[in-house]
Design a binder for this molecule. Structure first.
Ligand code: AP5
Ligand code: MG
Length: 193
C-alpha cells in the first residue's frame, strides 16, 4: 500500500490537490474535515457536537477523529493506499495513525507539506467564503483562529515525520496544475526509489 499525508495549513490546497492525486495514483481520499461536514449535514449526534467547534475554527477532540479514521480504514481493506487530508493534526493523532496502519500491515510512505504564506491563505479562504457557506470561512477572525490552531497543535508534528525521514516540503503557491506537477514528481521519485 502507498499512504500519503497531504499536509498544510487551512487553505493550503490539500482538498484541491487530493482530488487530482487520487485519480492519478488510484488512492482513497480520507479527509476528516469532509467526513465531519457530512456528519453535520446529516445532523448526527457527532455532527451536532462537532459543529460548534468547527464553526469557531477549533479542533475537534482527538478521540472523535481517530474513531472516524479507524472506521474508514477498516471498511476499505482492498485499497491500494490512502491520501490523508487534514489528518493527523495533533501528536496523539499521528501516533494513533501509525498504530492503526500497523494493524493493517502497512505504514505512512511520505508526508507532503504544502507551504503557503498566511496572507495568501486568508485571501483564498475569504474568497471561498463568499459562496461556500462554510461558517469557518466567513471572517478573518475565525480564519486566523484556524491558522493559530495549526501553528500551535498541528505544525509541530512535521518533526515526527522528519525524524522518520518521511517529510517533504512542497511550494504551495502557483497554479493548481503547477503544484500538482510538483506533488507528482515527489511521489513518483519516492515510488521509484
Ligand atoms: P478541514 O476541512 O480540514 O479544513 P482546513 O484544513 O482548515 O482547510 P481547508 O480544507 O479549507 O483547506 P485545504 O488545504 O483543503 O484547501 P482547499 O483545497 O480547500 O477542517 C475543518 C475543521 O474540521 C477544522 O477546523 C476542525 O474543526 C475540524 N477537523 C478536521 N480535521 C480534524 C482533525 N484531524 N482533528 C481535529 N479537528 C479536525 O483550497 C482552499 C481554497 O483555495 C479553495 O477555494 C480552492 O479553490 C483555492 N485554491 C486551491 N489551490 C489554489 C491555488 N493554487 N491558487 C489559488 N487558489 C487555490
Ligand atoms: Mg480541505
Amino acid at each position: 500500500m502507498y499512504n500519503i499525508i497531504l499536509f498544510g495549513p487551512p487553505g493550503a490546497g490539500k482538498g484541491t490537490q487530493s482530488e487530482k492525486l487520487i485519480e492519478k495514483f488510484q488512492l482513497i481520499h480520507l479527509s476528516t474535515g469532509d467526513i465531519l461536514r457530512n456528519e453535520v449535514k446529516a445532523g448526527t449526534p457527532l455532527g451536532l457536537k462537532a459543529k460548534e467547534l468547527m464553526d469557531r475554527g477549533d479542533l475537534v477532540p482527538d478521540d472523535v477523529v481517530i474513531g472516524m479514521i479507524r472506521a474508514k480504514l477498516e471498511s476499505c481493506n482492498n485499497a491500494k493506499g490512502f491520501i490523508f487530508d487534514g489528518f493527523p493534526r495533533t501528536a496523539n493523532q499521528a501516533i494513533a495513525l501509525d498504530e492503526l496502519l500497523e494493524d493493517l500491515g502497512t505504514s505512512i510512505s511520505m508526508m507532503l507539506s504544502l507551504e503557503v504564506e498566511n496572507q495568501e491563505l486568508i485571501n483564498r479562504l475569504l474568497n471561498r467564503g463568499k459562496e461556500s457557506g462554510r461558517e469557518d470561512d466567513k471572517n478573518e477572525k475565525i480564519i486566523n483562529n484556524r491558522i493559530a490552531e495549526y501553528n500551535d497543535k498541528t505544525m509541530p508534528i512535521i518533526k515526527y515525520y522528519q525524524n522518520q525521514g518521511k517529510h517533504e516540503a512542497i511550494v504551495g503557491v502557483g497554479s493548481v496544475e503547477e503544484i500538482f506537477d510538483r506533488l507528482c514528481v515527489a511521489i513518483q521519485t519516492e515510488i521509484n526509489a
